[in-house]
Design a protein. Structure first.
Length: 377
């Protein structure tokens, strides 16, 4: 049995959290014994508890939190993992410090985005901890290239495993009646994302007037929460778009909304590997997205969607209109997207890649399993 401890920053709804939930639910429990530690709680706590995986919430309260580090060290001494797998900067930093301190045999750090927000000292921390990290696991080729360039560590430390989609589950999704819920004729444009500056939602809002010229009854649904919500709502009011742009908030039924939408839109400024777009492809929806990061890896220009430069509302609007005004093109893009996601991002294949990664990492260390870290008791 291979024991794995996962550490993540928060249990709030997000792509990394959803990915980890799926991973924990699908790893072979005859081979892997898992537990999870979150630095902070969040609305997905009950979803994680339903997996039956032991959950510890550390309660990190400030940026430099020494008591939190002590609790992480105690957590790892108690769980005695063979592998420590951390996710994103905060948990990558504090989790790896704790893991190095108690000599966890294998340490894996997940990088999930092109983190353009990071300053030189962030990359300095990443680089120093990366030297003691066995594997830096990236969610897309763009992310892998980005971190190889920034960290200047040996190429063999880096690998890529993309997000995966449960195709069979998507096939059984019942569409929401959008016309009934939103009292609009449509068409319906859906953007499912966290409301953060890097997601570029303001540029979709700025694209709305171009769309209204062609489709006066168009409905732009923005599903998600985040710190930018108030500013974005003020932008909608300023541009008199309240009847067109709707903030739907956090929606557990996002796949059902997506199944009814006419197009999926993601106007990000940078991306790792957008789960929303993969889900759209599995549901045979055409895509209009920006030519950044993981979005350009999953959207094949002109085949399953159209890409436009970031921060360009008019170009985004033109692509949305090209799809909405051409029913045959929209249908063909949907079918091509389903074929791409089935071939390259099927969840069963992705889970097998994770399992293989963990097993090879253990084999490389030639470890006796299950009792790798001596107890302090």
């Amino acid at each position: 049995m291979i024991k794995i401890s996962f550490i993540i920053g928060t249990l709030e709804t997000g792509g990394a959290e959803q990915h980890l939930l799926t991973l924990l639910s699908r790893l072979d429990r005859k081979i892997f014994s898992c537990d999870l530690c979150a630095l902070r709680p969040g609305r997905m706590k009950n979803d994680f508890l339903k997996t039956g995986i032991p959950l510890t919430i550390i309660g990190k309260s400030k940026k430099i939190d020494i008591p939190c580090l002590i609790r992480l060290i105690r957590y790892l001494i108690r769980t005695k993992p063979d592998i420590l797998h951390t996710f994103m900067f905060t948990s990558n930093t504090w989790g790896r410090i704790a893991g190095i301190g108690v000599k966890v045999p294998v340490i894996i750090a997940a990088e999930r985005s092109l983190d353009l927000w990071k300053k030189p000292f962030h990359f300095f921390i990443d680089r120093m901890l990366g030297k003691k990290t066995d594997h830096i696991l990236c969610v897309s080729e763009d992310v892998r290239r980005f971190y190889r360039t920034k960290l200047r560590l040996p190429a063999e430390k880096f690998s890529m495993i993309p997000n995966g989609i449960d195709i069979e589950k998507c096939d059984s999704i019942i569409p929401t009646d959008l016309k009934k819920e939103f009292q609009k004729k449509g068409p319906f444009v859906l953007c499912g994302t966290r409301l953060a500056p890097e997601k570029g939602v303001e540029y979709l809002i700025q694209a709305a007037p171009f769309l209204i010229e062609r489709f006066p009854d168009i409905q732009i649904i923005i599903a998600g929460e985040g710190g930018e919500r108030r500013r974005l709502q003020e932008l909608v009011e300023k541009k008199s778009l309240s009847g067109t742009v709707l903030f739907a908030g956090f929606r557990k039924d996002l796949p059902n909304l997506l199944a009814s939408a006419d197009i999926a839109v993601l106007p990000s400024l940078f991306e790792g590997m957008p789960h929303f777009l993969l889900e759209a492809m599995a549901l045979e929806k055409p895509i209009a997205a920006t030519n950044v990061g993981g979005s350009r890896e999953v959207v094949h220009q002109g085949k399953n969607g159209l890409l436009s430069p970031p921060r360009n509302p008019q170009a985004l609007a033109e692509n949305i209109l090209l799809i909405l005004t051409n029913h045959q093109l929209s249908k063909e893009m949907g079918k091509e997207g389903k074929a791409i996601v089935t071939q390259h991002y099927h969840l069963n294949h992705i889970i097998k890649r994770y399992e293989s990664l963990y097993q090879k990492a253990i084999a490389k260390k030639r470890l006796p399993l299950a009792d790798s870290i001596p107890s302090s008791e």
